[in-house]
Design a protein around this ligand. Structure first.
Ligand code: HXC
Length: 519
């Protein structure tokens, strides 16, 4: 008898260990080898790489869809449980492609829905590592029912705890909708795909020829569709992105984001550089990232949606250790214009920050909304409205800084005082007006210019006069629409002081079930 145990105890432990070993071997060594040959880790290897060492506590490893069948594999193709990331608890599930291609049976789905319930009730983030052939075909409607239950829980959980989906394999059909209902999607390049209808269906319906990768690979979703928030070169990098992302987020909506010790925060190298950053030529571009570098804690900016709608930048950063959400136009891309995709990108990020208590800091430099038939037909009115809806609804501290252009609609929607900014600031280079000088003069002084002996000289003089009176921050500052005009080099200090003062706003709002978000 081992360790002096009774024979009965020994037998019980033997059975446990045998069952554990069986569950842990998933679909068997040859399928594990195939998984590795594709450059993919197994479900358990992924969980181990994600979590702090030896912190994983597995749940329901012995689940069976059909307990009476002899050749079934325990665990139902998904490993679920909880563990720690940087010492903070998370719930995690990983689909096991070696078991029926990670496909979703009702029992598989219910392991996930039970974990979602656990995360929700205990206020901890939930991370899904997805690698699945979708609904288990031979199970029929019960697997669809299971998917529906997962989706329902995604919606109920939304805004209560952060939800993150890491795509580490195929994700066909409706299976894309659970990730779509989470807060962040990370895709592994080359090995993950997401699409609603696959290449075969597309070929038969529309005649188009497209392969899996160019239909729904990581590159497509990180740059063209905006479905993916992050793209990682490989699985290890994808999992470390999850760890970094969580470092900015609270565990749930009633906690504040975790702060770093104040003395751990390194200030920007050369904030005085901001004083000379804006070019003399109002149409010359500059890199908004240099503004962020001159303001936030060194190395703290963590960009979200970096490859999509690049005319706007969104991401997390820290100010003396405190996490904040940043929204900023990028003059280097389409002059920082607001288009349909930029609207969606901004609105979504603002909603997330508001749900999870991240103060919002907005840097504005935009000539306005993008003109064009394609934008109007695509519903820029409907999409742009989302930005207003998101900012007005947000009750977290909201600070905006106009670095240069803030014209027309772009001025209003980008966290202006009129839509609820707590503090609205501008640099001396700010141009705040209904429209740019050239366009304004064309409308206001058309006849005067045409009648002049030297129309071009007249136009130039009028443009200059408009620029001096209207396209400055002082017209707005004199009228109480700006709270202050600040020296660029003082931006960090001003924001830090403001964040110490501003708290969650307790604005009274009219009672209603909910508004109708323009979608
Ligand atoms: C049952 C499945 C399965 C599925 C894969 N397998 N998908 N079993 N149900 N949905 C099994 C395969 O039969 C195979 O088993 C093993 O998993 C590995 O699959 P392979 O095809 O060998 O792998 P690979 O070549 O890498 O291709 C992966 C794949 C492909 C692209 C995912 O398997 C595939 O196209 N599967 C079907 C995808 C699909 O149409 N799913 C339903 C979508 S509709 P053996 O034993 O032969 O090795 C849906 C509805 C969602 O999900 C509902 C929500 C609204």
């Amino acid at each position: 008898m081992e360790h002096g145990l009774t024979e009965k105890t020994n037998t019980r432990l033997d059975e446990l260990w045998t069952r554990q070993a069986q569950a842990q071997s998933g679909g068997g060594q040859s399928r594990i080898d195939q998984q590795h040959a594709k450059g993919k880790m197994t479900a358990r290897e992924r969980i181990a790489a994600l979590l702090d060492p030896d912190t994983f506590q597995e749940l329901q490893p012995f689940t069976l869809e059909h307990p009476t069948d002899a050749d079934v594999i325990p665990g139902e193709g998904v490993v679920t449980g909880f563990g720690q990331i940087q010492g903070r608890t998370v719930c995690v599930y990983a689909q096991d492609f070696t078991v029926y291609g990670g496909s979703v049976s009702l029992a598989h789905a219910r392991k996930i829905t039970q974990l979602q319930g656990l995360a929700l009730r205990n206020g901890v983030p939930i991370i899904g590592l997805l690698d699945s052939g979708g609904a288990r075909i031979q199970e029929g409607v019960t697997s669809l029912h299971g998917y529906g239950e997962i989706f329902s829980n995604n919606v109920i959980t939304s805004g209560v705890v952060p939800q993150i989906a890491v795509m580490m394999g195929p994700c066909a059909g409706g299976a894309s909708y659970s990730p779509a209902l989470t807060d962040f999607i990370i895709m592994v390049d080359k090995t993950s795909t997401m699409y609603i209808t696959g290449p075969d269906v597309i070929k038969s319906v529309t005649g188009e020829n497209v392969d899996h990768e160019s239909l729904g690979g990581a590159h497509v979703h990180a740059t063209t569709s905006g479905v993916a928030h992050f793209m990682a070169e490989d699985e290890t990098r994808a999992l470390s992105l999850v760890r970094r992302l969580l470092s900015y987020l609270p565990a749930n909506n009633v906690e504040n984001p975790p702060g770093l010790p104040v003395d751990a925060a390194v200030p920007p190298a050369d904030p005085a550089r901001l004083n000379t950053l804006i070019p003399d030529d109002p149409n010359a571009p500059y890199d908004m990232r240099a503004v962020l570098d001159g303001v936030v804690d060194r190395g703290s900016f963590f960009e979200v949606h970096a490859g999509w709608a690049r005319n706007v930048i969104v991401g997390f950063a820290r100010l003396v250790g405190q996490a904040v959400g940043i929204v900023a136009q990028q003059p280097l891309e389409k002059a920082g214009v607001i288009d349909i995709d930029a609207s969606d990108k901004i609105a979504r990020f603002v909603r997330f920050c508001d749900a999870f208590n991240l103060p919002l800091i907005t840097f504005v430099d935009s000539p306005g909304f993008l003109p064009g038939v394609a934008q109007e037909y695509g519903g820029i009115i409907r999409h742009g409205a989302k930005i207003i809806y998101a900012y007005v609804s947000a009750t977290v501290p909201k600070i905006s800084v106009v670095t240069r252009k803030a014209y027309g609609g772009a001025y209003i929607v980008m966290s202006s005082k009129s839509i609820g900014a707590d503090l609205h600031l501008a640099w001396p280079s700010a141009e705040i007006a209904v429209m740019g000088p050239e366009a304004a003069v064309n409308v206001l002084n058309r006849r005067e210019i045409a009648a002049d002996a030297d129309p071009e000289a007249r136009r130039a003089a009028l443009v200059q006069a408009y620029r001096e009176t209207h396209a400055t921050p002082y017209y707005a500052a004199e009228r109480g629409i700006l709270d202050n005009v600040i020296e660029p080099a003082q931006t960090r200090a001003t924001l830090i002081a403001a964040l110490r003062m501003l708290r969650e706003q307790l604005r009274s709002k009219p009672p209603k079930k909910h508004g109708i978000m323009p979608v």
